[in-house]
Design a protein around this ligand. Structure first.
Ligand SMILES: Nc1ncnc2c1ncn2[C@@H]1O[C@H](COP(=O)(O)OP(=O)(O)OP(=O)(O)O)[C@@H](O)[C@H]1O
Ligand SMILES: [Mg+2]
Length: 226
């Protein structure tokens, strides 16, 4: 479960303080998926950075809970934050950020190694589900954009995280591949009971998730749900 309460985040420029997130609250059940749309600069990536503990809010509450484990993201020590990022979190960016000099399989293995949650048969299943098992031994640069993004999805899910944050994951793909890859992402998270927060500019992609939100004036508004 993901719970955000009364979240505020501002950035300090040379001459002014700009409030980006303003009294933002939301609850997402474990295994549910939400999409977030919103104008450029509305604060979508800012929100994902806070959820990834890459930045700190001004105030509010951010809680990620899975079973017995409860992470209050504002009160984590450095080592707890490390643990949270390594074990609970998967992140997918618009640019795939794969490591070019190692194989597809080694890219996918990396987070599982770091979190010591290495399950070869699960990984094999994941690669098959995402249709990339045949590319296992290739280098990322030998794959198309759509295929590379599927590898990035496999990498984000390799350690069976509780929460996946995806920032415009299909923004670099053509319409056809964007539809295929985003459906794979949503369906695979559902199978794993992984909560998904998906930022997208595409209405079609947004409609794949259980709940659709818009980030407006610093807060999330529910626009529709399945
Ligand atoms: N580190 C930072 N320092 C100062 N201002 C920042 C910083 N990061 C983001 N901002 C500002 O905060 C606002 C929100 O940025 P953010 O990247 O979250 O927008 P976004 O909704 O993800 O936009 P896009 O759809 O273009 O990706 C922008 O006006 C941006 O300039
Ligand atoms: Mg952004």
């Amino acid at each position: 479960m993901l719970s955000i309460k009364n979240l505020y985040k501002s950035y300090q420029d040379a001459e002014e303080t700009r409030l980006i997130l303003q009294d933002l609250s939301i609850e997402v059940a474990q295994g549910a998926s939400i999409s977030i749309q919103g104008e450029s600069g509305s604060g979508k990536s800012t929100l994902l950075h806070l959820l990834a503990t890459l930045d700190k809010p001004d105030s509010g509450e951010l809680i990620v809970q899975s079973g017995e484990q409860r992470f209050n993201l504002l009160n984590l020590s450095e080592s707890q934050a490390d643990e949270y990022r390594k074990r609970q979190l998967g992140i997918i960016f618009q640019k795939y950020n794969l490591i070019d000099c190692i194989s597809v399989y080694e890219n996918v293995l990396l987070p599982a190694h770091l979190s010591q949650k290495l399950d070869p048969s699960y990984l094999q299943g994941l690669l098959s589900t995402l249709g990339i098992a045949v590319y296992k031994h290739k280098l990322p640069e030998q794959l198309s954009g759509g295929e590379q993004q599927r590898v990035a999805i496999a990498r984000a899910l390799a350690h069976q995280p509780q929460l996946v944050l995806a920032d415009e994951p299909t923004g670099n793909l053509d319409h056809k591949n964007a539809a295929i890859v985003s459906r794979l992402l949503v369906d695979t998270c559902k199978q794993l009971n992984t909560t998904l927060v998906l930022v997208t500019h595409s209405e079609k992609v947004a409609n794949l998730t259980d709940y659709q939100y818009r980030l407006v004036n610093g807060a999330l508004q529910l626009s529709s749900s399945k």
